[in-house]
Design a protein around this ligand. Sequence first.
Ligand SMILES: Cc1cc2nc3c(=O)[nH]c(=O)nc-3n(C[C@H](O)[C@H](O)[C@H](O)COP(=O)(O)OP(=O)(O)OC[C@H]3O[C@@H](n4cnc5c(N)ncnc54)[C@H](O)[C@@H]3O)c2cc1C
Length: 644
Amino acid sequence: MVIPWGRPGLDGVLLKHACLVSAVIVPFGLVLAKLRERAKAYQLELLARAEEPEPVPVPVPAGHDSATRAHGPRIVILGGGISGLSAAFLLKARQPDAHVTILEASSRLGGNMHTHALQLPDKDGSAHHIELGPRSLRTTTPAAKAALQMMLALGLGDKLTFAERTTRGRRYVYNFDRRGLLELPSSFLAFLKFAFEYNLPLCLARDVAHFGASLWAALCNRSNHTARVRALNDMTVDSFFRTHFSDRIAAELGSALVRGIFSGSSTNLLLKHAFPSLWQLVAAYDSVVVGALLNPFLHLSDHFALQPELHIPTAGVDPTTASELLARARRERVASVQGGLSTIIDTLADRLRAQGVVIRTNVVAHALLSSMDNPNQAAVLCASAHEPAGPWEQLDATDIIATLPPPALASLIEQTLELDTQPSSQAPRPTRTLPDGFEPAFTAPRLAWRARGAATALRRMPSLSLATVTLVYQNQSFGNLVHRADAQPGFGMLIPEGGLGHPKPTLGVVYDSLVFPELAGRQHTVLTCMFGGADPAAQARVTGMPSSELADVAQQEVNRLLGVKAVPSLCVPTLWRDAIPQFTKAYDRARAQVEEDFLGPHLPWLQITGKAFGTGVGVNDCIYSAMRTAEQTLARWHDRAAHA
Ligand SMILES: Cc1cc2nc3c(=O)[nH]c(=O)nc-3n(C[C@H](O)[C@H](O)[C@H](O)COP(=O)(O)OP(=O)(O)OC[C@H]3O[C@@H](n4cnc5c(N)ncnc54)[C@H](O)[C@@H]3O)c2cc1C
């Protein structure tokens, strides 16, 4: 058919417009259909790898007389960090008759979360705080919603404090060529400077070209499905920045971001774990630029969401206030709590104690036992942290939730495998014998073999140590303190890997008092220098430096990087050993071995969560993952009780 473009009259005009509209809409519709179809196909395979299948809660039949059901679950949680406490919070919120005990090896609850009260009160006498561990919560991630809802339920809504708008988005990276700091784009001016420096238009075109190429392959049915799934799963942060933007952006920006958040190397960390929202856009559109433009309308990245929504009971909280606060938190992006993040830990612990949860500090979980008669009954053997070789205590449990870091979980499994199984009458130390009716968990030959494999895998899970040195300059403003012209107020500065040609493992400096001025006190400037890195030499240096040397190196570094010449009034060095799990390919393999070969159907009463086994290392991710694990634990318990 020949389209009569030149024919006058209404018919011709209508036909011409119809042709034009369909010429645009039909291919666009085809493209969308293709994108959707592809997203769904990949989603099944990718998510099957990312998520453990969730047990379906089975309703308990009326009149069911199982002893376990009648008394509610008896759950022991190992570890009193934010993960352990959040798991207990959800258990009590969903199942008030649950008997929950938390065991914490150290004398302090909170694990990595540790706020320190400053001994330098302001002129008005008010005391202030510094964070030794995490200092801020991101409020835009999917996990943040669950964490914020928990805080609302704890009555912490009024205590939420948001980062200063003028500084929160202003982050700087050290630029090797300029030997100075370059602002990451957070304003139009910063974007122009940045675009000029990194040749951004070309880089963005490269990213968009990925969309074109992959769409063309999809339309021609030439996509290699298996290869793409593998490439997406194995994509490191570095390879993403290199292939989508440029080598330089990868070496400077990608590397600096990964060092700032994970203290690790962008060449090892997988994009899907390190920056899941970026990965979702790449998975759905093959381009972050196209994804950012189309996703608000198409929502294709939702197909790759690794965090299904969790509904947290917020009884007693006005729904309008709650939704306003959640919306505000999203807008503000970065938050903390008055009195520091340990306020969350203290409030949680108080609430849990009031609900009957037993929280025991200085108690180390030593080994796991299982009942010889009842496959659904387990126990934890624990000992006092003050007397590790002293008598064991047994805590019976229907379920155990371990929130321990991988090395601690590996020790627990190894100690269980090494338990002396002698009957009490022949044991040399009668206080350290196994209770009647229980045996070390994993005694079955095949299970022992799997447990040994899991312990080895846990020991191989990469995690890095880092050191922080917080420097407090009393009665000094940032402007008076910092003498380098390019060191402007902001959130902080990051140093990419291999930079500066010196062996100091400096990751960057956070300008704490500019982000949350009311925490540290407006009259002081607080800077935190971070040390770490994936390089074995850097790790050896960080873990080997005595505190006094760390403090000296931190002062030299803030002088060199920011031009700070003043001597701090207070200097607090903290070493965090094996604190940050590294989400690498080796990590993925080890985690699969632990979760699929060891846990799952073999040990229905044991669940693991925490920073190394959830959706991420951030506090919000730990809260979210722990609550999901608690939910699954209850579902499993109901399921078992119903079939008992
Ligand atoms: C320096 C630093 C800065 C950070 N900054 C941020 C940030 O700004 N924002 C953010 O969101 N996240 C940040 N993080 C990450 C976040 O703080 C952690 O991932 C999170 O707090 C981990 O919580 P968790 O409960 O899973 O583990 P942990 O806090 O490690 O708690 C595990 C607990 O288990 C206990 N335990 C170990 N073995 C045993 C045993 N055998 N028996 C009983 N108990 C045992 C330990 O004593 C510990 O208390 C930072 C982390 C560090 C180290």
